[in-house]
Design a binder for this molecule. Structure first.
Ligand code: ADE
Length: 224
C-alpha cells in the first residue's frame, strides 16, 4: 500500500507518521507514506499556494493549479483507489471506513487549509471527503495523521499479534473489555478473580459480558 499526503505543512506530519506502528509498518515495507509539500508545485516565484476569494469573503483560499499539478503527476505514476480531502463537512471517518481503506492499494490524502480550497478541486479531483469529527481543526494534517494511523495498523503484519487489531473496540461494534496486568493486587485493588482462574472458556465469557455491559452503558448507540 502507498499513501501520498499533500500538505502545506509537511513538518506537522513528521512525528505522527514516524513512530511506533506507523514506523514499523514502513520499515517492513507494508506501507509507503510519502508527504508532498504543495509549495513545491507552485508556479509562483514566492511559492504561493493560496489567494483571495472571489466575492470578497474573509480568509484565503487554496489555489487549484498546484493541486492539479501534484495530483496529475501522482496519477501518471500509478492508479489510486481514492483521492481523499480532509474537511469538517465530509463523511464521518470511523472503523468501517478505516477497514475499507486499509484494503486499498494506493491513496492520496489532500490536507485542507486556510478558509477552504477552490471548490473546483473538490468537484474535479476529489473522490472522497472525510471528517474525523464535528469540530474544526486549523488544517487537515492532524486528521490525515489520525486516518493513516487507524488504516495502517489494520494492514496484516503491522501489529505483532494479528489478533490484537481484530479485538480492538469497534471491530465488532462493541467496546473492548477491561485489561489488567501484574501485580494481581495493588493497594488492595484486586484484578477480577476469573482472569486469574486459568479457565479459558469462563475468561472468554467474562470478556464478552464486560464488552456488552460497557457498550450498553457507555455507547448504547453502537448496539442499534
Ligand atoms: N479540517 C479541519 N477540521 C477537520 C475535521 N474535523 N476533520 C477533517 N479535516 C478537518
Amino acid at each position: 500500500m502507498r499513501i501520498d499526503i499533500i500538505t502545506v505543512l509537511p513538518e506537522l506530519l513528521q512525528s505522527p507518521l514516524n513512530y511506533s506502528i506507523l514506523k514499523r509498518a514502513q520499515d517492513k515495507n507494508l506501507v509507503e507514506i510519502v508527504v508532498h509539500n504543495l509549495r513545491d508545485y507552485s508556479l509562483d516565484k514566492h511559492r504561493k499556494v493560496d489567494d483571495y476569494p472571489f466575492g470578497g469573503e474573509a480568509g484565503m483560499v487554496m489555489k487549484i493549479e498546484p493541486v492539479d499539478r501534484v495530483i496529475t503527476q501522482l496519477k501518471s505514476e500509478r492508479e489510486y483507489d481514492e483521492v481523499i480531502f480532509t474537511t469538517p463537512d465530509g463523511e464521518q471517518f470511523d472503523q468501517p471506513m478505516a477497514n475499507q481503506l486499509s484494503m486499498a492499494g494506493n491513496l492520496i490524502i489532500l490536507c485542507g487549509h486556510y478558509k477552504g480550497i477552490d471548490y473546483r478541486i473538490r468537484e474535479h479531483f476529489i473522490t472522497k471527503e472525510v471528517t474525523i469529527g464535528d469540530y474544526v481543526l486549523t488544517g487537515g494534517e492532524l486528521a490525515a495523521a489520525i486516518m493513516c494511523d487507524a488504516i495502517v495498523r489494520l494492514i496484516p503484519g503491522a501489529i505483532g499479534d494479528e489478533q490484537s487489531a481484530l479485538s480492538d473496540s469497534f471491530q465488532d461494534n462493541l467496546l473492548a473489555p477491561p485489561v489488567y496486568t501484574r501485580p494481581a493486587e495493588y493497594k488492595g485493588w484486586r484484578v477480577p478473580d476469573v482472569l486469574l482462574s486459568g479457565h479459558q472458556r469462563k475468561i472468554d465469557e467474562w470478556k464478552h459480558e464486560q464488552s456488552l455491559e460497557r457498550t450498553r452503558r457507555l455507547r448504547p448507540d453502537l448496539l442499534k
